[in-house]
Design a binder for this molecule. Structure first.
Ligand SMILES: [Zn+2]
Length: 303
């Protein structure tokens, strides 16, 4: 099976956000819409592959975060069916809460970063349950519920290839594998269980939304899990030390930068990682995880 990797050129940088196009007997199938802000780049890439955007009748989003599904409404308006996790579907139909939650994270950068997001008509949305198959000609797409990064996360398996969304982390080029841990629903126990499920599926390759194909599946997942554990312990340690939130963020960003530099990354690659997986956001998500799921783990009056 041929998979086309489309680079959104998000914020003018390569290797930050991908969509994947799989040619089938019922036309090109798209995995991940990417954000609305880079829709024009996506369309240009679809045309360069010999298709029109309205040829896309089937779009699978791994989850509803704006870097994955923000541009889905454009395809719905040209008649595509948008496939999504049951917990994500209501937010595609009415993105009000999703946008309010994103605005709390991104503030004034919202519109600039993500572009316009419109509701998707209910008849264009198709909810997929865990393990459910979609048959498109001879191509079978299987949805696997994989919470942890978000409660509304699916991966999709086509012909032994696993389209991983954010559950298998972020790796740009030959850089390190990092976990994206934004607020509000990081759940480390669920995430570890999802990684175990991905291991058991034993896919031939992972297709990461951030960014590209990874063939060393086992090693990749192990490296992600150990980084997830390391960041979670760092955060717990800092919370136990009673650091205030501002100091926590500043210290984590420094720790994060030192880790990336220690991997030998140049400043441009670090900038790509920063856009795909902002460290200040990761810290906020991990703090929220500890406070929400394990208030007993440290002596803080929970906020
Ligand atoms: Zn993402």
């Amino acid at each position: 099976m041929k998979v086309e990797t489309i680079d959104h050129g998000f914020s003018g940088l390569a290797h930050v956000i991908a969509s994947y196009l799989v040619p089938t007997e019922v036309g090109p199938v798209l995995i991940e819409a990417g954000p609305a802000s880079s829709y024009a780049n996506l369309v240009a890439a679809i045309r360069a592959l010999g298709y029109a955007p309205e040829d896309v009748r089937h779009l699978f989003v791994t989850h509803i975060h704006l870097d994955h599904a923000g541009g889905a409404w454009r395809f719905a308006e040209s008649g595509a069916t948008i496939y999504v996790h049951p917990r994500g579907a209501p937010h595609l139909a009415d993105p009000t809460k999703l946008l309010a939650s994103a605005a709390r994270i991104y503030g004034e950068q919202m519109e600039n970063l993500w572009g316009e997001v419109r509701p998707i008509a209910a008849e264009r949305i198709k909810v997929l349950d865990d393990g459910q198959d979609v048959h498109l000609g001879r191509t079978r797409v299987r949805a696997i519920s994989t919470p942890g990064h978000a409660s509304h996360h699916h991966v999709y398996v086509i012909d032994g290839l696993l389209f991983a969304g954010d559950i298998a982390g972020i790796r740009i080029g030959r850089g390190p594998v990092l976990p994206p841990t934004p607020p509000p629903d990081i759940d480390l126990e669920a995430w570890r269980a999802s990684l175990q499920r991905v291991r058991e599926l034993a896919p031939d390759a992972l297709y990461l939304t951030h960014f590209g194909r990874a063939d060393d599946v086992r090693d990749h997942l192990d490296r992600l899990e150990s980084k997830l554990d390391a960041w979670a312990s760092w955060t717990l340690g800092a919370l136990r030390a009673g650091k205030d939130d501002e100091k926590l963020v500043a210290d984590f960003v420094r720790y994060w930068q030192e880790e990336l530099r220690a991997c030998g990354l140049d400043e441009e690659r670090i900038r790509e990682y920063e856009l795909a997986d902002p460290p200040w956001m990761n810290l906020q998500g991990l703090v929220r995880y500890w406070r929400k799921h394990h208030p007993e783990a440290f002596n803080l009056s929970s906020t």
